[in-house]
Structure formats: structure tokens, C-alpha cells
Design a protein around this ligand. Structure first.
Ligand SMILES: Cc1ncc(COP(=O)(O)O)c(C=O)c1O
Length: 362
């Protein structure tokens, strides 16, 4: 095998020296405070009996990978989320990259929360639009940017997550909507990845018509794979024509679509959500004297530890007790805000939560 380019080797060496080298772990047996399977849907073995069991779809949606079943599922998604239409993508990453790379144009600007997900950054980087970041959840900063820039661009797209993946806190959607309503050329895009299933239909429920596009991902509380962008019929048509991550990829197979459809049925049944909510409430009660937790009502709870070493130390300490959690280090989060992240689930027991908190307090 030939030698790899020096810059690849150097980049890895640097990461290693800085103790920031990412590696793939395998052993995920233990008490689960790490996965995004908030409702436990992935463990229910959802596979639909009535879907074809073909292992692949055989082509992209625009060639041979489309079906009545996919389109019916998209209609079901649109109806559930009170949107005009939905378009399924192979993942949330693909959905965001597709949306943000093709909708904002050269004369447009994207104004996004500084903690927005990497997939949105990547989409924006592929577009010809300009972008600015506003301070996390800071409506005054957003207001200032809108005020300064709205006349210089044809369209302004404001991008937020309804629940932030690294902090677990919520976007101040009401205030952001009030603000954006003051401008004719401002369009809101909300990524609901960590809100769907945790907060019922997501946090855009009730303000659907104020959003230009909403992104629902299915790898988290929905326990399967894929994502959908919900918006107008026109947006759906536009994405089918211009979103390259939709056009140039093999469509999801029937069984993956069937899992999405069943996950929506389970969500409507609403059996797991009260269990998750009770666990979140129990956890919050238990950690209320630990001031370093970021305020969050979601399934994501983070204890800020201010250094990569401290975060790793606690992650290792918990691992020794067979408890799985995630140290989130800089540069993934800002230096000084390194943390340990716990994901709560409907299937965690109160005893598991109590044991975890006891270790954190000890
Ligand atoms: C906010 C947010 N958006 C999008 C994604 C990507 O979703 P997927 O895992 O389906 O690619 C993630 C997953 O990490 C996420 O946290």
C-alpha cells in the first residue's frame, strides 16, 4: 500500500497529540444514557409486515426508486405535521445539506444560530448565499442582524433547531417568529430533529404556517432512518428539481419507509412519551442542586465541566460502572464549555437515573 499524503498523517498526529482523536467505539452494552433512541422505538423491531422485503430500492427517486408507498407515506407525514407536503430524504444530514445548498441563492443570506447542526453549516457552505451567525438563542442579536441585513438581500433565511443537540435547550421560537413576521423577505427554517417524539409532534406544532420549512429526522426518537422536509407543494417540487442530495442518491428501500410510517403510528398511540416525560422530570428533580447543568426540558441533559480532561474523566468513571454517556469536547463545543451529555429515554428506570446522579454528586 502506498503512503498516504503527509497532510493526512499530520492532521491525525495533531489530533492525537491534542488528545482529540476520534475513534469508533463498539461496546454499547450498559445503561443507556447515550443513544438518541429517546422513546425506545428502535428496539421494538418495527419492520412492517406489509412492506416489500426487497433489500434495496434499485434507484434514485427520479429514476426507478419512487413508489406509491413512498408518496402515501409523505402525504401521511405532511398531514401529521399540518404541512402542505413532505419530501423524504435518506437522512437528516442529506435533508439539511440538500435544503440549504439549493434554496438560498447568491442574492440571499442565511442567518443561523451559532450552535446550529453541522449538516446545516455544510449545506450553507455549498450554497452561493452569504451567511451570518447569531449568538446562541439570543433574539436581540438576531434582531440586530436582521435589521442590518434585510434590505441588502433578496431573501433572508433564519435557521434554528427547535431543540439543540449539544445543549438540549430550546429555541425561543415564539420570539423569533414575532421578529421575523416584521419582515416580508424573512423565512424561517426549523430543524426538529431532537423535538419530534420528545415534545409530541415537535415544537413547531401550532406555528406550522409561520415556518417556511421544517426538518424532521427519523434516526432519533423515531427509532429508524431518514428524514423529511415539510413545507409547501412548491418547495417540494423545487427540492425534487434542485436538491442534489435528493436527486443523486439511491432512494430508501420500502422497509425503511415502512418503519417511518409505523413510527408515526406509534407516536400517535402516545404510549412511550409519558414514560420519557416522567423520566425527564425525575432526572431534573434529582439534579436540581447541581448548578452546572444546562437548563433543558428535553431528553438531552448536559453537565458543563469546562475541560476535555474533566469530561473524559467522568465519562470513564461512569463507564466503569457500566453507565454509557458522552463526553462532548472542544472543538465540537466551545473551549470552556466542554461537557458530559446524558440522553434520557422512556426505557430508563428511576433506579438507573438515581444511580447516575449519585455518582455525579459523589
Ligand atoms: C439537529 C440535527 N439535525 C440533523 C441531524 C442529522 O440527522 P441524521 O442523523 O438523520 O443524518 C442531526 C443528527 O445528529 C441533528 O442533531
Amino acid at each position: 500500500m502506498g503512503k498516504d499524503p503527509a497532510n493526512i498523517q499530520n492532521a491525525l498526529k495533531l489530533r492525537q497529540e491534542n488528545k482529540l482523536l476520534r475513534t469508533l467505539s463498539k461496546n454499547f452494552s450498559g445503561t443507556d444514557f447515550i443513544s438518541n433512541d429517546y422513546l425506545g422505538f428502535s428496539k421494538l423491531g418495527l419492520l412492517a409486515k406489509n412492506s416489500s422485503n426487497a433489500s434495496g430500492s434499485g434507484g434514485s427517486r427520479l429514476i426507478s426508486g419512487n413508489s406509491d408507498f413512498i408518496e402515501e407515506t409523505e402525504k401521511k407525514i405532511a398531514t401529521f405535521h399540518k404541512g402542505e407536503s413532505a419530501l423524504i430524504f435518506n437522512s437528516g444530514y442529506d435533508a439539511n445539506v440538500g435544503l440549504f445548498s439549493c434554496v438560498p441563492q447568491k442574492n440571499d443570506v442565511v442567518i443561523m444560530d451559532e450552535l446550529i447542526h453541522a449538516s446545516i453549516y455544510d449545506g450553507v457552505r455549498l450554497s452561493y448565499a452569504k451567511h451570518y451567525k447569531f449568538k446562541h438563542n439570543n433574539v436581540d442579536d438576531l434582531k440586530d442582524l436582521l435589521h442590518r441585513h434585510h434590505t441588502s438581500f433578496e431573501n433572508v433565511f433564519v435557521a434554528v433547531e427547535s431543540v439543540y443537540s449539544m445543549d438540549g435547550d430550546e429555541a425561543p421560537l415564539k420570539e423569533i417568529i414575532e421578529l421575523k413576521e416584521q419582515y416580508k423577505n424573512v423565512f424561517l427554517i426549523v430543524d426538529e430533529a431532537h423535538a419530534i417524539g420528545v415534545f409530541g409532534k415537535g415544537l413547531c406544532a401550532g406555528v406550522e404556517d409561520k415556518c417556511f420549512a421544517r426538518v424532521y429526522t427519523y434516526g432519533k426518537a423515531m427509532g429508524c432512518h431518514g428524514a423529511a422536509i415539510v413545507g409547501s407543494n412548491e418547495l417540494r417540487n423545487y427540492l425534487i428539481n434542485f436538491a442534489r442530495s435528493f436527486i443523486y442518491t439511491t432512494a430508501l428501500p420500502d422497509h425503511a419507509i415502512a418503519n417511518i410510517s409505523i413510527a408515526y403510528d406509534l407516536l400517535k398511540e402516545n404510549k412511550q412519551q409519558p414514560l420519557l416525560r416522567a423520566n425527564i422530570d425525575h432526572f431534573l428533580e434529582k439534579v436540581k442542586e447541581i448548578p452546572s447543568f444546562i437548563k433543558s426540558r428535553s431528553a438531552i441533559q448536559c453537565m458543563v465541566l469546562n475541560s476535555n480532561e474533566k469530561a473524559t474523566e467522568i465519562e470513564d468513571k461512569l463507564k466503569k460502572k457500566n453507565i454509557l454517556s458522552k463526553a462532548v469536547k472542544s472543538p465540537t463545543v466551545k473551549e470552556g464549555s466542554e461537557r458530559i451529555r446524558f440522553c434520557l429515554h422512556a426505557y430508563n428506570t428511576k433506579k438507573e437515573i438515581d444511580t447516575l446522579v449519585k455518582i455525579l454528586k459523589g
